[in-house]
Structure formats: structure tokens, C-alpha cells
Design a protein around this ligand. Structure first.
Ligand code: ADP
Length: 871
């Protein structure tokens, strides 16, 4: 709160008034008087003892209630009374005994002390009371300051000279002026110059009334002035108080700028609204006038009849619509303007309404002045007199032809859509469509023709055509014939067709005979004339479209002329895409069904073929299985007999050696024992027998070696082929020397094999190279080459060579190409080689030309591929 402080000391509030003081003194004297009387009454008990027994309480009472003064007065009065009346000598002050004098002095002193203490007590209490009062006042002031400071309204207090003594925070904000600047300033500073005089009078008058508070502004809206010179509307109330004899006025102000603005805006929008309402009213009035003229000009007929239902006066709207004269339509003549079929039912409804005196409502076809029948909805009500009797009938007739037509079209479209969804076959669907269009159009005859795969256009469905007509028209071909129907489907029009064509490419003719007649004879040929021959006059041919194609046509024919107005044809045209879609769907379904049947036939054929093939295959499989089994059996038997044979060869050759040695031994014995007893012939025979035995031995050894390849083979182990070849050459050393042979070799690999058999193989092949040498000193080369998972080894010589036709035979046992005389040998060497190579999972063959040397090739699998052959 910005105000000047009003100082009031606490003492001022604690001062005792003179009246209260006087009351203290009187009380003191009364108390002493009462005490004296009591003492006197009790003097029988006390005598002259206990002089002050009643006076002490009196002094205490006076001092307590009245303070120091009354206390002292009570002490003095009590002392004087005691000295005069109670202390001997009675009724005189003196003389008195010393003890009495001392007692008196003590009483006086005690009384004074009691008074003093009581006074001090009084003062202290007064001070406390004053302090509490001050405190309460301060709190009130602080609360007030808080209220003033936080008030939303501006609060300004001015003194009698209208100088500002208080200016709260809201005032600072409202007037845009800090309190420090405002305090001490005249209030007028915040009032616009033109209002200052009035304001001054107002405040003065208010001050004079003595009323403490009232609202300002009775003179109209108040305007205040901000420090920055801006004026604004305010609402104010004023109150006055008098503080310390000084008049203070407090003004409470509220800025009502926003409220005024809102009010103004409200007023503006209110005005605008009123303006708009006024405009709209004018518009409505215009509309109404226009509407009224529209009603008059439209097909709405207004009619009135008398109470009996007879037309009594002229009906201009009826006359205008029907073209009937008053004479024609008066009384019940109006019924003649109705469609003959509708006259009777309408008259019946009218009669019912008349007798029931109730609403008349019906629909009928009414002939217009141009002869065309229009659907109208008629309504009429009875107008009653005050007594309930019918005065007249008033009614209207409304042309609802368009609405009826729209409804008919809607129903027709709905029906067509329904057919599309319901019908299961093309025939069923087309029959229903023919019926629906016939009903809708009222056409006497109607057919739907579709183009088939032979470019013929037969009727798929029809109604109303004579059988003879259909028989003729069924033969129509797109390629051969020429007629409206065909040109509508091919859309290949002649210029002469133009008068009959609709914008959508349909034919429409109101009077076919008349049209044909006016054509020159050469052009009449373009129309086959069947329709005319069969008596049809109104014709329409509407192509059935499906996307960009035309599937066929709808053919309408009627013996009455002018049956197919352009609007009807146009409407059917709008329906044909739907019919086309359905036809296409049914055609596609038929096609699909045909294709499915074809597929089924194919599937059946294939199935039976497959079954036959299956049977054959099964027979074959069974045969093969049997063959396989036989083969396996044979193989097993072969293996067994092979094994037996090997065993037999081994045993035989092994056991044959023994008797052979015995034969050889005995023949040698013969030679040695009878050197002289034998002649040359005998010696020659013996030599022959020895030779035979030797050869037999050689044969048996070789045969044994051959049989051992399978039965006595060793386990495969890694072996160095080069080392094995070296060993073989060492074994053949003498023959090599003797023949002067030269043996070379490539680097040879280390392989997993039976080393002793491989040694034998090398020995056999190199040995043959030496044995079957030509005139040239033998040159033998052992080669090796890696081939994927195999090793190719070869032994090449420059010997006599082999005829190619023997290249297989030489590997068979005992097969030789030469006599023993030419080249010694048993014919087992290569057979052994073959068996060794086969045991190693390999193959052996020879390439050779007589006189050019031979090359024996061995192909042996890599170690991982090496398997022990079973044989
Ligand atoms: P043998 O050497 O005991 O006659 P082989 O089985 O080793 O039996 O050979 C069979 C036959 O193949 C031989 O008799 C020979 O006619 C022919 N032959 C083998 N090796 C060679 C060769 N390197 N050159 C020419 N002919 C050969």
C-alpha cells in the first residue's frame, strides 16, 4: 500500500478517564467506611485488639480496583478512623501507647506499599492491553494493504484537496504510471481535460452528502486518462471516510475497455444479423413470387367442384393441360380426358371419396392437349362450412410421368441386374431378358440374336415372331447377307442409313413400310424386307456391346407405328453393356465347360495310355528283375566256379609237380645209370622225355603263378614304382645284357598296391619287350602320366609288333602268336598281367603295329580308388 502513515501511540489508548478515577476514590472511602462499621460490630470479640483486621482488606480492595490514589486514600482514612475510634483513648487521637503508635505506623506503611504495588500492577496491565490493541491494529492494516495491493481493480485514495495519497498496483498498471510518480499528484491528472470540471463538482457534492459510498458514472460512461495520454472507459465507485479529522475519498476503478469492445462487437453483429434477416426476407418474398408463377406455369392442375362433385365453374389449369373446353369437362365431362382404361376405376375412387367425405387420392393417365397420355397423381379434399356441411371440393392433379418413367426404368434395371445374378444358363438368361424388355417396352415382338463361330446371327431367344419369320431370319450370315440387323452388328453403315441411326449406333424406325417406300428400288435391296413382309412397322435394332466388341443385337418389332421412341431405344442402349457382360460370361462359361470336357477326354486318354505303359513297364521290370536275378545267380555261380577252378588249378599244378618231378627224376636216372646200354635213338627219346618234362614243369609253374594272382595276393601297401622297376630290371639283368637292351623310364609315382605282383608285371612286360625284339637292339621305355583320378603307365618297345586283330587275344591264357621254336614261352605272361591289373581295379591294352614295336598301357586308379578285385 502506497500511503502516508497515520501514527497513534499505544499510551494514548491506555489512558484512564477522570470519571473512572473518581469512581476509585469513592470506592476507597466506601470500603473504609464498611470496614470501620464491621470492626465496630466485631469490637465485642476483639476489644481494642486486632485494630486493623477489617481495614487491610478494604485498603487492598481500594488499591486493587482503583490503583495507587484510592489505595492511599483508603490507608489514610482507615488510619485516622482507627486512631480516633478504636485505639484508646477512644474518640480522641492522642495520647496513644507506643505499641499502638508503632501499629499505626506499620499499617500506614503497609497500606502505602499495597497501594503502590496495586498501582504498578494496574499500569502493567494497561500497557499489555495497549500493546495488544496496537498489534491487532497493525494486522488489520497489513491485511488491508494486502487486499488493496492485490485487488484487480485500481484503488486510489485522495485527500480533501484531491491529492493522491494511495495508488495501488492495479492502478499503476491501469494508468501505466508508477505509484511513486502518482502519489501527491492531483487526481485530475488521470481525468481527460474535458471531464475535469464535472468530476470536481461530483466529488464536492459527494463530500457534502455525508453518504459513505456510491457508484460513480450516473452521468454516463466514465472516461479515464492513462499516463501515456490514452483514454479508456472505466467503471468506478467512490467512498469517503474521515481519518483524524481529515476527509479521504477512495475511488475504485475497473477498466471496461474489453467489455465495451465486446458490447460494441455484439451490437455490430446484431446489426449485421438484422441486416441479413431483412435481405433474406426480401429474397424469400422474391422466391415466393417466382415459385407462385412457377406453379401456375407448371403442369400442376388445380380444380374445384361443388359439394356433389360436379365441376361448376371454369378450371383454367385443367383446360390448359387437357385442351378440353368448359363444355367438355363440366359436371363429369372431365372423365373423358382420362385414358379409357382408367376412366372407370378413377370414377369409382371419386365416388367413394364423395360418399365418405374423405380424402380423394388416385393416379391415372390423362390425355394432354397434344394427344399424349401423361400419368397424373390426383388429390382432393372436401372444404366444410361452419356447420360441418361440405361447401366444395378442392384438389390438384400433378404430372408424375417423369417420376413414373424413372421408377419403371429403375425397376427394369433392377430386374436385369437380378437376372444376371440368378440365371444359370445363357438360354435361361436371354429368355428372361427378352421377357423383361418386352414388358418394359410394350413391344409386340422381340428377339436377341448373337453372332456364332460361323459368323451366322441366329436368334438365341425370341418372343412374338412367327415361326416362318424366325425360319427365314435364322439363316442370316454376316458374310453373305445385308440388312439392318447385320449392319447394326458390324457397324458398317451406309449413308442412306443415317435417318434411321441413333447417336449410339442403333437402328430405329417409326414406320418401316413408309421408309422403304421412299427409297429408290436399287437401295431397297439393302433391306431384306422380312420385317415389312411380316407386317412390322416400328423397328429397332440395338447392338449388344461388350467392351469394344459387339456380340449381337436386340431386335424389337411392332405392328403399330411409332412404338419405340428415341428415349426408349436410348435407355435399352444404356442397358446393353450389362446384357453384353452377362452374355460374355455365359459364353466364356460354355467355352470353359467345353474346354474342360476336352481336357477330361485328354486326361482319360492319357490315363489309359499311362496305364498300358505302366503294365508294360511292370512286365519289363519283372523281366529285368528276373534277368538280374539270373545274372546274379550266374555271376555267383561263375565266381564260385572261378574260385573252384583257381583252387583246382592251384591244387592240380601243385600236385602235378610231384609226379612230374618223379618222371623227370627217373628219366634222368635212366640216362645216368645206363650210359652205354642205350643207343642213340633211346638217348634221343630220353632227351625228348626230359624236355617234355621240363616244359611241363614250366607250364605248371606258370599256371601256378597265374592261379596265385587271385588266391595268394598280398595286401595293398604304398610302394615306389621306380624301385619295383629297378628290381625287375635287376632280375632280368642277364637277358638285358645278352640282348644289349636299353631301358629308360619317366619319373614313376608311389602308389598303393601289391608290390610283388607289380614287380612281376614289370618283369613280364619288359621281358616280352626283350623276347619279341626285332633285328634292332631293343629299346624299352616305361612311361607314366597322371590322369585325373588314375595313373596311366605304359611299356613301349621297338620289337616285332603285333597284328591289331590279335590285340585282345594275346591277353587270354595259353594264347600265343608264335611257335615255341620261334619264341619260347607258355602264353600265360600277359594273362597274368591282365589279372594283376584287374585286381588293382585297372585295365590293360596294347597298341601296336607289326614291325613298329608295341606299347602296353596300364590304367590304374589313384590309391583312394584302389580296391581289391574279387577275382
Ligand atoms: P609267351 O611270352 O609265353 O608267349 P605271353 O602271354 O607273354 O606268352 O605272350 C603272348 C603272346 O603275345 C606272345 O606269344 C607273343 O606272340 C605276343 N607278345 C607278347 N608280348 C609281345 C611284344 N612285346 N611284342 C610282340 N609280341 C608280343
Amino acid at each position: 500500500m502506497r500511503n502516508s502513515k497515520s501514527g497513534r501511540s499505544a499510551d494514548q489508548g491506555a489512558k484512564t478517564s477522570p470519571l473512572v478515577r473518581l469512581r476509585g476514590y469513592v470506592l476507597a472511602l466506601a470500603a473504609v467506611g464498611a470496614a470501620a462499621a464491621l470492626r465496630h460490630a466485631l469490637s465485642g470479640f476483639f476489644g481494642s485488639g486486632l485494630v486493623y483486621i477489617t481495614f487491610y482488606p478494604a485498603v487492598m480492595l481500594a488499591a486493587t480496583l482503583g490503583g495507587f490514589g484510592p489505595g492511599l486514600l483508603a490507608t489514610v482514612a482507615a488510619a485516622l478512623l482507627a486512631a480516633y475510634w478504636i485505639i484508646p483513648p477512644q474518640n480522641a487521637f492522642l495520647p496513644m501507647t507506643t505499641p499502638d503508635a508503632v501499629g499505626l505506623a506499620v499499617f500506614a506503611t503497609m497500606g502505602s506499599l499495597i497501594s503502590l504495588v496495586a498501582e504498578l500492577y494496574h499500569r502493567a496491565r494497561r500497557k499489555v492491553a495497549a500493546y495488544e490493541q496496537e498489534l491487532a491494529l497493525r494486522q488489520t492494516q497489513a491485511r488491508l494493504a494486502g487486499i488493496v495491493g492485490s485487488a484487480m481493480d485500481a484503488i486510489i485514495t485522495v485527500d480533501a484537496e484531491q491529492r493522491i495519497v494511495l495508488f495501488n498496483a492495479a492502478a499503476e498498471k491501469m494508468f501505466r504510471c508508477p505509484a511513486a510518480e502518482a502519489l501527491g499528484q492531483p487526481l485530475e491528472r488521470f481525468i481527460p481535460v474535458r471531464h475535469r470540471a464535472a468530476h470536481r463538482d461530483h466529488v464536492r457534492n459527494f463530500g457534502a452528502t455525508g453518504v459513505t459510498a456510491r457508484a460513480m458514472g450516473s452521468l454516463g460512461a466514465l472516461t479515464a486518462l492513462r499516463a501515456d495520454g490514452q483514454e479508456f472507459p472505466v467503471e468506478a465507485s467512490i467512498s469517503q471516510i474521515e481519518v483524524a479529522g481529515q476527509k479521504l475519498f477512495t475511488v475504485i476503478l475497473r477498466d471496461i475497455t474489453e467489455r465495451v469492445q465486446a458490447h460494441e462487437a455484439l451490437q455490430r453483429s446484431h446489426q449485421e444479423l438484422e441486416q441479413r434477416v431483412a435481405e433474406r426476407t426480401v429474397q424469400l418474398r422474391d422466391n415466393e413470387a417466382r415459385y407462385r408463377s412457377l406453379v401456375t406455369a407448371s403442369a400442376q392442375i388445380v380444380w374445384t367442384t361443388d359439394a356433389q362433385g360436379n365441376i361448376a365453374g371454369p378450371l383454367p389449369t385443367w383446360q390448359a393441360f387437357t385442351g378440353q373446353t368448359f363444355d367438355q369437362y363440366q359436371d363429369s365431362g372431365w372423365v373423358q380426358a382420362l385414358h379409357p382404361e382408367d376412366r372407370e376405376p378413377t370414377a369409382a375412387v371419386w365416388a367413394r371419396a364423395l360418399s365418405a367425405r374423405s380424402l380423394y387420392e388416385t393416379q391415372y393417365r390423362l390425355r394432354r392437349h397434344d394427344g399424349q397420355y401423361r400419368y397424373v397423381a390426383a388429390r382432393g379434399v372436401p372444404v366444410l362450412e361452419a356447420n360441418g356441411a361440405i361447401r366444395e371440393w378442392v384438389g390438384t392433379c400433378t404430372d408424375i410421368t417423369e417420376r413414373k418413367e424413372a421408377e419403371r426404368r429403375r425397376d427394369f434395371t433392377g430386374a436385369l441386374l437380378g437376372l444376371f445374378a440368378q440365371k444359370g444358363s445363357a438360354k435361361e438368361y436371354l429368355d428372361s431378358v427378352v421377357e423383361a424388355i418386352r414388358q418394359w417396352s410394350g413391344s409386340q415382338a422381340l428377339g436377341i440374336r448373337l453372332v456364332d463361330e460361323h459368323q451366322m446371327v441366329p436368334y438365341e431367344s425370341w418372343a412374338g415372331f412367327e415361326p416362318g419369320f424366325i425360319a427365314l431370319e435364322h439363316q442370316l450370315s454376316l458374310q453373305r447377307d445385308n440388312c439392318c440387323c447385320l449392319r447394326a452388328i458390324s457397324q458398317a453403315f451406309d449413308d442412306q442409313d443415317r435417318p434411321l441411326l441413333t447417336p449410339a449406333g442403333s437402328y430405329r424406325c417409326d414406320d418401316a413400310p413408309a421408309f422403304l417406300k421412299q427409297l429408290p428400288p436399287d437401295q431397297q435391296a439393302r433391306f431384306r424386307g422380312n420385317c415389312v413382309k411380316f407386317g412390322f412397322s416400328s423397328l429397332a435394332v440395338i447392338p449388344i456391346r461388350y467392351h469394344n466388341a459387339i456380340l449381337g443385337a436386340i431386335h424389337l418389332a411392332d405392328r403399330r407405328p411409332g412404338q419405340f421412341p428415341a428415349a426408349s431405344v436410348e435407355f435399352i442402349e444404356s442397358m446393353t453393356p450389362l446384357i453384353g457382360e452377362a452374355v460374355h460370361r455365359f459364353q466364356a462359361e460354355t467355352e470353359l465347360a467345353r474346354y474342360r470336357d476336352h481336357l477330361e477326354v485328354l486326361v482319360r486318354q492319357r490315363t489309359s495310355e499311362l496305364q498300358t505303359a505302366n503294365v508294360r513297364l511292370q512286365v519289363e521290370i519283372a523281366e529285368r528283375q528276373r534277368a538280374q536275378e539270373t545274372l546274379q545267380q550266374t555271376a555267383q555261380e561263375l565266381a564260385r566256379s572261378n574260385r573252384d577252378l583257381e583252387q583246382f588249378a592251384y591244387v592240380a599244378s601243385h600236385d602235378l609237380q610231384e609226379p612230374l618231378r618223379a618222371v623227370g627224376g627217373y628219366v634222368k636216372l635212366l640216362q645216368r645209370r645206363y650210359p652205354d646200354g642205350l643207343d642213340d635213338k633211346a638217348r634221343e627219346y630220353i632227351a625228348g622225355a626230359v624236355d617234355g618234362a621240363n616244359r611241363m614243369e614250366r607250364l605248371i609253374i606258370d599256371l601256378l603263378a597265374f592261379s596265385r594272382v587271385g588266391t595268394r595276393g598280398q595286401a595293398f601297401a604304398p610302394a615306389d614304382l621306380e624301385a619295383l622297376l629297378d628290381q625287375a630290371l635287376k632280375n632280368l639283368h642277364s637277358s638285358l645284357e645278352e640282348a644289349g637292351a636299353k631301358v629308360t623310364h619317366d619319373p614313376l609315382p608311389r602308389l598303393l598296391l601289391d608290390a610283388s605282383q607289380m614287380l612281376q608285371l614289370f618283369q613280364n612286360l619288359v621281358g616280352n619287350g626283350i623276347k619279341f625284339r626285332s633285328q634292332r637292339p631293343p629299346e624299352i621305355h616305361v612311361g607314366a602320366k597322371k590322369q585325373q583320378a588314375r595313373w596311366l603307365l605304359w611299356v613301349r618297345d621297338n620289337g616285332i609288333g603285333i597284328e591289331p586283330q590279335y590285340s585282345e587275344r594275346i591277353f587270354q591264357i595259353f594264347q600265343r602268336l608264335h611257335t615255341r621254336k620261334q619264341y619260347p614261352g607258355t602264353g600265360i605272361g600277359l594273362a597274368i598281367c591282365k589279372r594283376i591289373v584287374e585286381r588293382h581295379g585297372g585295365a590293360i591294352w596294347v597298341e601296336s603295329q607289326p614291325g613298329l614295336g608295341s606299347t602296353f598301357y596300364l590304367s590304374i586308379p589313384e590309391p583312394s580308388g584302389i580296391k581289391e578285385s574279387g577275382l
